[in-house]
Design a protein around this ligand. Structure first.
Ligand code: ZN
Length: 205
């Protein structure tokens, strides 16, 4: 890593620490997470680092993890929303006035970095493009592959409030009351059946 790069700060911390966070979480420097670091860094700067921002992310792949690692927004706390459009884009916005910025990986701009373009478009087999090469390309590109726009959030800004829970009379588990008289599984609309060999592990009532 070049020294000027290693002294760089992203998302409020030294780049080297950002990499450590990604590797601890993911096991390796996932390129999508590294690009995500630069996107979040840019979005944070545009929105204002002191602003309490919520996030909307436009793909289920990679980027939601970057948001959870480098902002306080998580799926669990409801501050991050995911739309399943497979666009490599995210928005951070001021939750009080809904003004924010959308940042995206600009495909036209990535053409200056053919390795990156080919990786994103899946034009090369993973084996022929070593991870280090790809990550170094991202590090030299930084914001040069990103575009952004100022936005006002019109949908998805409401935080999901946890509703009432009640106890299912069949399975005795707690569930969201709004879903019906018994839980979804006991209505026969669940996603599993119990395996025979495990069925007795369930505690007897
Ligand atoms: Zn039930």
């Amino acid at each position: 890593m070049h020294s000027e790069i290693s002294e760089k700060h992203l998302c409020g911390q030294p780049l080297i620490d950002c990499f450590r966070i990604v590797e601890n979480f993911h096991g390796w420097k996932a390129p999508g997470l590294v690009i995500g670091m630069f996107m979040i860094d840019l979005a944070r700067e545009l929105v204002g680092e002191s602003v309490e921002s919520d996030a909307i992310v436009e793909t289920r792949h990679c980027l939601p993890d970057a948001i959870q690692l480098f902002t306080p927004c998580t799926i669990g706390n409801g501050w991050m929303k995911i739309v399943d459009w497979d666009k490599f884009a995210l928005s951070l916005y001021d939750r009080k006035n809904r003004n924010g910025y959308r940042v995206w990986l600009d495909l036209e701009k990535t053409k200056q970095f053919p390795d990156l373009y080919n990786w994103y478009m899946r034009r090369v087999p993973k084996k022929t493009l070593p991870l280090e090469v790809l990550v170094n390309t991202i590090l030299s590109a930084q914001r040069a592959i990103l575009s952004y726009e100022s936005i006002y959030i019109t949908r998805l800004y409401e935080r999901d409030k946890k509703g009432k829970t009640t106890i299912c009379s069949v399975c005795k588990e707690a569930y969201a009351e709004k879903l019906g008289k018994v839980c979804i599984s006991c209505q026969g609309r669940g996603y599993y059946t119990a395996s025979e060999n495990l069925i007795n592990e369930r505690s007897e009532q």
